[in-house]
Design a protein around this ligand. Structure first.
Ligand code: MOS
Length: 733
């Protein structure tokens, strides 16, 4: 099905199943431990072996010698994979650093070997007996030191979403210089780690030439393609299954070392092999969100209208890696005739930087939305009114291109009312509650809602149960549930009569989970397959092709005639497969999501400790397919945003080139219990240009702007403007 004109009324609009706060259909499996995560297949036989990764102990250099004898003789060890015996390896398109290093070491904790043994403990012991001698060379590990010479680049986010145009509109420098009110500030964000609860983990099994890989991956098809390219085998020989994913956040968009090494290990020892990255290797072995150094300039008239806005961001990455696209939102969030955005990229020898939830947008808004707060203060304006005054309904760089729907102003006004913004004391450091300095902050959230081709297969069985199959993944987001709701709506079935199978390369290729395109695109693919199935059902039940069929309550109805749906499958199952393909509506209209985030917090006047009191997010994110799972996405994102604001930082050892705090004891992430109250409101804003579902993404929107709302609240509480994240206590005392 091609989607190239705005959606009119369609069966989803009935909203009997879609739009309901359905419980997660797979929730029971997860909480009872019966959902098989990647490492948790126990049915592969007693032969199943365990691999333990030997990760490089230097940041840059080469392996002078690797002595394996002792490890080989260790009890239980079955074999050791290294670059020397792995055979010729290609490289997938999406990872930049090599997944198996040696003799050259490109970054700290790059995998150099996999020790395979009968048990996990034996593999770990064996790995400890691998003797590696290194020749260390100097590396480039200090972004600030490289920033001045970093060349300007174009770039896209690692999710593969569109490249933000870098450049300018009008005369930024001139207009900024002439503006009566000016802000010129520098902001920094640190390297961050995805910190998914489930580590990268895989089990590989070869049956002759055929490889089956159970893994934890957001993008099943990308995984197949890149693994085939790396192993130099045909894609058809790979069966990849990722039915449950314990969090990804972008860290599992791409093929990683666990998957490749499991495949190589299984080939070497001719048994199924399980590999999980240990928590302490994840930060340096996998990808991270790169640090940024950003300069923002805003020039405004005295009445608050922005006349010039400029945003320049520098980040680092490995050779051929991408910049963190932190300036993208500045191109379209606020009006202003003269604009400039630029990105610079320093080549570095730290581990590979790549997509992490709202790549680019999250750190970009952490800076821009503090700058807006600072500018409002300079103008003597309320920060909400300043944002509203500078709202735009068109792309300011291409005024003929409108936002399909943009309700940021409603988000701000509605949130202001609900949150009690009027009670905020605009004077910083003036509100006290015992030992706590109390403050409120606000920030805008803005994230695009891209779409991707997405396929699905739907079958109706004799028992009246519909089964949906697609390689779409559920990374904790609720894909199973919203897909079940979509099929239930389309076929007029209760959700209990829909079975959903996901995350398997044997199923039609979907959009996958990334770039907050998953929910809208994958359900639209299911819509397309169901639309085809409805036609087939109509034919089987003897309806006329021109009849207007209504599918409801397990029946198919037209005029006075109504037939049980299951009758269509009396003589055998019916199946239909289709995919949604998107035309150029997303070129004609800028399709985006918006939010207003409000934060109230206290800062301990003596220790500088910040404690959240409450948050409110008002979101404009298209039709909400399931308000319960969508809310969970947003509150989870807010927790992540608060981590980004207050605690999260991969500390770089600039001499030896690695992230020092590579575990969850020292890379601190908050949990829900750290935030006593989180409210989420969704405006009802179905978007007929986004897909037949009229939905958009929400999983990354929730993170966009949160960090700045916290920083602005900290400023309101204390009068201290922190521009270097995270806002740790020592910056406040
Ligand atoms: Mo992505 S950073 O997994 O949407």
């Amino acid at each position: 099905m091609k989607f190239d004109t705005p959606a009119t009324t369609n069966p989803i609009d009935a909203m009997k199943a879609v739009g309901q706060p359905a419980d997660r259909v797979e929730g029971r499996f997860k909480v009872s431990g019966t959902a098989p995560y990647a490492y948790e297949r126990h049915d592969l036989g007693p032969d199943t072996a365990y691999g333990y990764v030997v990760a490089a102990g230097i940041g840059k250099g080469r392996v002078a010698a690797m002595r394996l004898d002792e490890a080989r003789r260790a009890p239980g060890v079955l074999g050791i994979v290294t670059a020397e015996n792995a055979g010729p390896l290609g490289k997938g398109k999406r990872n930049f650093a090599k997944l198996l290093g040696g003799p050259d070491v490109d970054h700290y904790h790059q995998a150099l070997a996999l020790v395979v043994a009968r048990t996990f403990e034996e593999a770990r012991t064996g790995a400890g007996l691998v003797r590696v001698e290194y020749e260390r060379t100097d590396g480039r590990f200090d972004l600030a030191a490289l920033a001045n010479t970093a060349p300007a680049v174009e770039g896209s986010s690692g999710e593969g979403s569109e490249a933000p145009p870098v450049g300018g509109v009008g005369d930024f420098e001139g207009a900024f210089a002439r503006a009566p009110v000016q802000l010129d500030q520098r902001y920094t964000t640190p390297d961050q780690s995805h910190s998914a609860m489930e580590p990268q983990a895989s089990i590989a099994r070869w049956d002759g030439e055929k490889l089956t890989l159970w893994t934890s991956n957001q993008m099943v098809h990308w995984g197949v393609v890149d693994l085939a390219a790396t192993l130099k085998i045909p894609e058809e020989n790979i069966h990849l299954a990722s039915p449950y994913v314990g969090g990804g956040f972008g860290g599992k968009l791409f093929l990683r070392a666990d998957a490749l090494l499991a495949a190589l290990g299984a080939r070497l020892v001719k048994r199924p092999v399980k590999v999980a990255l240990t928590r302490p290797t994840i930060a340096n072995n996998t990808t991270h969100r790169p640090a940024t150094i950003q300069r923002i300039r805003i020039g405004a008239e005295r009445d608050g209208r922005i006349v010039a806005i400029g945003h320049d961001s520098t980040s680092g990455n490995v050779a051929k890696g991408r910049p963190e696209t932190a300036v993208a939102q500045t191109q379209m969030l606020y009006a202003g005739a003269n604009r400039m955005t630029a990105m610079r990229l320093a080549e570095m020898d730290l581990p590979e930087g790549n997509a992490m939830r709202a790549p680019g947008e999250a750190p970009g808004l952490m800076a821009l939305e503090i700058a807006m707060d600072e500018m409002a203060e300079k103008l003597g304006m309320d920060p909400i009114e300043f944002r509203i005054l500078n709202d735009t309904q068109v792309d300011p760089g291409k005024p003929e291109r409108r936002f399909s729907r943009r309700h940021l102003v409603d988000c701000l006004r509605d949130g202001s009312e609900r949150f009690g913004w009027a009670n905020r004391n605009a004077t910083p450091g003036a509100t006290r509650d015992g030992r706590w300095l109390v403050g409120m902050g606000v920030a805008a959230g803005f994230r695009d809602s891209p779409v991707q081709t997405s396929g699905a297969r739907v079958r109706l069985g004799r028992d009246g149960v519909a089964t949906v199959e697609t390689d779409m993944t559920d990374i904790g987001t609720g894909s199973y549930t919203i897909i079940a709701q979509t099929a239930a709506e389309m076929l007029g079935l209760p959700i209990e009569r829909v079975a959903v199978s996901l995350g398997d390369s044997a199923f039609p290729v979907s959009a996958g989970s990334g770039g907050q395109w998953g929910a809208n695109s994958s359900t639209a693919g299911v819509y397309a397959a169901c639309a085809k199935l409805r036609e087939e059902i109509g034919r089987r039940l003897g309806f006329d092709a021109t009849d207007d069929l209504v599918f409801a309550n397990g029946e198919v109805r037209s005029g006075n005639r109504s037939v049980p749906l299951a009758d269509a499958a009396k003589d055998g199952d019916l199946a239909a497969e289709d995919k949604i393909e998107f035309g150029d509506l997303d070129k004609k209209y800028q399709q985006s999501t918006f939010a207003a985030h409000f934060v109230e917090l206290g800062v301990d006047a003596y220790t500088g400790e910040t404690r959240l009191r409450r948050t409110l997010s008002v979101c404009d994110a298209g039709r909400i397919l399931n308000p319960k799972t969508a809310r969970s996405q947003v509150i989870g994102a807010i927790v992540m945003g608060i981590g980004g604001a207050l605690t999260e930082e991969l500390a770089v050892d600039k001499r030896h080139g690695f992230f020092v705090n590579h575990d969850l004891a020292s890379y601190e992430v908050p949990v829900h219990a750290d935030i006593p109250r989180q409210d989420v409101v969704f405006l009802d804003t179905p978007d007929s240009t986004s897909s037949p579902m009229k939905a958009k993404g929400v999983g990354e929107l929730g993170l966009c702007g949160v960090g700045a709302a916290v920083a602005n609240a900290v400023y309101n509480a204390t009068g201290i403007r922190v521009r270097d994240y995270p806002i740790t206590p020592e910056k406040l005392i």
